[in-house]
Design a protein around this ligand. Structure first.
Ligand SMILES: *[C@@H]1O[C@H](CO)[C@@H](O)[C@H](O)[C@H]1NC(C)=O
Ligand SMILES: *[C@@H]1O[C@H](CO)[C@@H](O)[C@H](O)[C@H]1NC(C)=O
Ligand SMILES: *[C@@H]1O[C@H](CO)[C@@H](O)[C@H](O)[C@H]1NC(C)=O
Ligand SMILES: *[C@@H]1O[C@H](CO)[C@@H](O)[C@H](O)[C@H]1NC(C)=O
Length: 555
């Protein structure tokens, strides 16, 4: 202090230089230290650490730091690559990264349950892996105040892995009250100031509007769809935003998420298997949407309604493991193209798919590969109106699902399903099937009808069931006289109109695959056929042009 007071101008500037020098020295030391947190001298990743305190648990592997509320088990923070929290800090802690179910007592109102844990346990804690459990136990004194479910939410962090694994074991015990369970999901809400670019597939990626833009927008036929009238990013003015335009079929829903430009960071939901999803490979569901929100949908009544088997009745016990799914974070230098984050996320997705089923989750309820079984065979089509000899069921979809009627897999939501696509000759190999009873179902692109192999298949750990040659005989009363379209469970070959120029999502302009997702196409039918329904003349009409892709009401 005395020195400073006595100092002249020259002295002061010297001191400033000295301070700068000390700063510089400190920064070099600090950077070196923070690098050491990630890796030691041999380039090996350092261990996972768990910090516990009263109300939160922090898992840290030097790459990612994940903070969870305890004993609730919500993810309240994800620190990564200099971003203190990639989740929206303006939201309260329980509204950033959480599980929830939509359920009801039969005949009662719809209710939401955030599946808050009441009981916290460390399942595993060493340098290679930390696994945490947040449990919620239901009993009759809870009445209908929460869903009659036991829940065990698990979170795993591994050494050198840039993210966190999530799974949950849901269970209902014998004699528990009836319930409907319409939806089970994980929700992440990201920093609105950072994440503006969304990618759900190679052909669906774009700069997205903000939640604020949606508040200012014009509401369309249903609350999810709006017309952006005054968006912050003026380039988006006049476009439609609707989260259902980013839905995806289960079979294709493996990775989706968001990119922050500054710093360039990606946040991705990777789902390595859809064995735990409902309704089979063609069931669609939400992915990511304005928020910025990223979901992992396990089951929902979207695109199906209550026809999906969501009713839990007669005190029948039930248990299901949902996940693990992987929340993956990646980054690049600011000089690189941010879309390389999407390419890297797809590479990581392949790594996760190839590691399935994982061998590291600690729950007894998640069997690793050696406690699962295989089913293989060859599917042929026997249709003497097409060919004298059975034909290969080329590229057939073949799957195992709970025993049930023909086509019942489409409504099945309680069990596990295992689907593959056969090769050109109809050979199929379904691997890593969980123990249990199944029917084998199939459909063959280009062939009418639904196939079910009538024998119940019992899988035990290590089962290797070889079914040999199976012949599917499509329902026939005689030869085909005429047909409209291709029996392949898509409407892609039919006529999909352009939407109104005032109601576009630019993403789907000049794009055939997802053109049907444009808003308002149902109204185009009345425009095209104002006086009466369409007339299709066999032998003259062409279904690419003359058959509307959806059957909708006319005004
Ligand atoms: C049932 O739940 C209530 C409320 O959560 C709890 O106080 C009680 O101890 C539980 N009873 C049993 C038998 O677990
Ligand atoms: C629980 O039951 C009461 C009485 O029947 C009813 O008023 C209430 O709406 C129910 N709550 C839920 C979530 O179903
Ligand atoms: C299942 O099939 C895979 C691939 O052919 C094989 O490696 C594995 O040993 C099989 N599992 C059983 C239980 O036979
Ligand atoms: C669609 O294609 C037309 C004709 O090639 C082109 O003029 C237009 O800019 C394209 N629109 C978009 C949004 O890509």
């Amino acid at each position: 202090m005395i020195l400073l007071i006595k100092m002249d101008k020259v002295g002061a500037s010297l001191l400033r230089w000295l301070t700068l020098l000390i700063w510089f020295f400190l920064m070099v030391k600090l950077t070196a230290a923070s690098r050491e947190v990630f890796q030691n001298e041999n380039g090996k990743f350092l261990g996972v650490r768990l910090h516990k305190n009263h109300h939160q648990m922090v898992m840290d592997n030097g790459l990612v730091q994940v903070t969870l509320s305890s004993p609730g088990g919500d993810i309240t923070g994800i620190q990564y690559n200099g971003i203190h929290n990639v989740l929206e800090t303006k939201n309260r802690e329980g509204n950033r990264g959480y599980w929830d179910v939509v359920w009801n007592v039969p005949g009662n109102h719809i209710a939401y349950d955030r599946l808050k844990g009441t009981d916290f346990n460390v399942i595993m804690e060493d340098e290679d892996q930390v696994e945490l459990s947040f449990k919620k136990t239901w009993n009759f004194t809870n009445g209908n105040s929460s869903a009659p479910l036991n829940v065990d939410k698990r979170y795993i962090m591994r050494r050198g892995s840039s993210g966190v694994y999530l799974y949950a074991i849901l269970e209902r015990l014998e004699g528990w009250p009836d319930m409907d369970m319409d939806q089970i999901r994980i929700v992440f809400k990201l920093q609105n100031d950072k994440f503006h670019f969304m990618a759900v597939s190679d052909d669906r990626q774009r700069v997205m509007p903000t939640p604020r833009d949606r508040l200012d927008a014009q509401r369309l036929a249903y609350p999810e769809a709006v017309l952006l009238t005054n968006p912050t990013n003026t380039l988006l003015r006049g476009e439609v935003d609707d989260k259902y335009q980013y839905s995806c079929e289960n079979k294709d829903n493996r990775v989706h998420g968001w990119i922050s430009e500054n710093p360039p960071v990606g946040f991705w939901m990777i789902t390595p298997s859809d064995e735990f999803r409902a309704g089979g490979p063609l069931k669609q569901d939400l992915t990511s949407h304005v928020g910025p929100t990223t979901l992992s949908m396990f089951t929902s009544t979207h695109y199906s309604g209550k026809d999906l088997n969501t009713k839990y009745r007669n005190g029948k016990p039930w248990k299901k493991v949902l996940g693990p799914v992987f929340v993956y974070l990646n980054s690049i230098s600011s000089l690189e193209d941010p879309t390389t984050l999407w390419e890297d996320a797809k590479d990581q997705m392949s790594i996760e798919v190839n590691s399935w089923p994982y061998d590291f989750p600690q729950s007894e309820d998640f069997p690793s590969s050696n406690r699962r079984g295989n089913v293989s065979g060859q599917l042929l089509v026997g249709d003497k109106y097409i060919s004298d000899n059975p034909m290969w069921a080329s590229y057939a979809y073949v799957g195992l699902a709970a025993p049930g009627g023909v086509g019942s897999w489409q409504r099945e939501a309680k069990g596990y399903q295992f689907w593959v696509q056969a090769d050109e000759e109809g050979h199929f190999l379904i691997e890593n099937i969980r123990a249990g009873h199944y029917n084998l179902y199939a459909w063959v692109p280009g062939i009418v009808g639904d196939c079910r192999y009538d024998v119940i298949i019992y899988i035990q750990p290590g089962s290797d069931v070889k079914l040999g040659v199976l012949v599917y005989e499509p329902p026939r009363n005689g030869p085909t006289l005429w047909e409209i379209g291709i029996p392949d469970r898509t409407a892609a070959e039919f006529f999909v109109p352009d939407t109104y120029p005032t109601l576009v999502n630019k993403l789907f302009i000049n794009q055939s695959t997802h053109k049907f997702r444009q808003y308002g196409l149902w109204e185009r039918y009345s425009d095209l056929y104002p006086k009466h329904d369409l007339t299709y003349t066999i032998g003259i009409s062409n279904y690419h042009q003359d058959w509307f892709f959806a059957q909708v009401p006319r005004y």
